[in-house]
Design a binder for this molecule. Structure first.
Ligand code: 5SP
Ligand code: FE2
Length: 213
């Protein structure tokens, strides 16, 4: 299991130190939640902050775009050395074009799905994707409660991927903790995003170990 701590739950006044702490603690990626205050009812940070964080850690950047017009961020994210970028299927009418736009820049492409959005919305483009991000809370805020029915969705996606003979990864985001991590693994998740369950703990290394089921 790979762990991607979300800096949304970190101390924004000490971002460089927070990144060093999770790198030392065994994180696999840094999850960066970009919110535009329109697609979701919250506003976080954009490309300039992500670019300024790049020299602070060796960890690969996993950028989750909760925005309309996510294509507008790609040039800056490419310059910031983003490793993987996900955008929301609910925000983009041209999935095929957007996936190629990401991959042509040498960035791994993922689509994020809100809890209520069916898997059928991405079935046609599944073979083009490097990963799918299943939201297990409604996007916009950290610290929310995990929505249990998303476990079935993860299992169904995992079966769909196998049936099609594909090898993309399943990432899960929202309310992930040490209690549901084993269930998420069993359902087929390979990357767990964790905000409060890592940054909310004093000992980040232990928190990351607890999630590495
Ligand atoms: O994308 C989002 C929220 O919209 C997440 O990445 C959160 O930042 C996860 O935080 P926790 O639910 O783990 O506290
Ligand atoms: Fe996220």
């Amino acid at each position: 299991m790979k762990i991607a701590p979300s800096i949304l739950a970190s101390d924004f006044s000490r971002l460089a130190d927070e990144l060093k702490d999770i790198e030392k603690g065994g994180a696999d990626y840094v999850h960066l939640d970009v919110m535009d205050g329109r697609f979701v009812p919250n506003l976080t940070f954009g490309v300039p902050v992500i670019q300024s964080l790049r020299p602070c850690t060796k960890l690969p950047f996993d950028v989750h775009l909760m925005t309309y017009h996510p294509e507008a961020y790609l040039e800056g994210l490419e310059a910031a050395g983003a490793h993987m970028v996900s955008f929301h299927v609910e925000a983009v009418p041209h999935l095929d074009r957007m996936i190629h736009n990401i991959k042509d820049r040498g960035i791994k492409a993922g689509i994020a799905l809100n809890p209520g959005t069916p898997l059928a919305s991405i079935e046609q483009v599944l073979s083009l994707l490097d990963f799918v991000l299943i939201m297990s809370v409604n996007p916009g805020f950290g610290g929310q409660k995990f929505i249990p029915y998303t476990l079935d969705k993860i299992a169904a996606l995992s079966a769909m991927i196998k049936e099609k003979g594909l090898s993309l990864s399943i990432e899960v985001d929202g309310g992930v903790n040490r209690d549901n991590a084993p269930l998420l693994k069993k359902a087929g998740a390979q990357i767990l995003v964790a905000g409060s369950s890592v940054f909310g703990k004093e000992d980040r290394a232990q928190a990351i170990r607890d999630l590495k089921v």
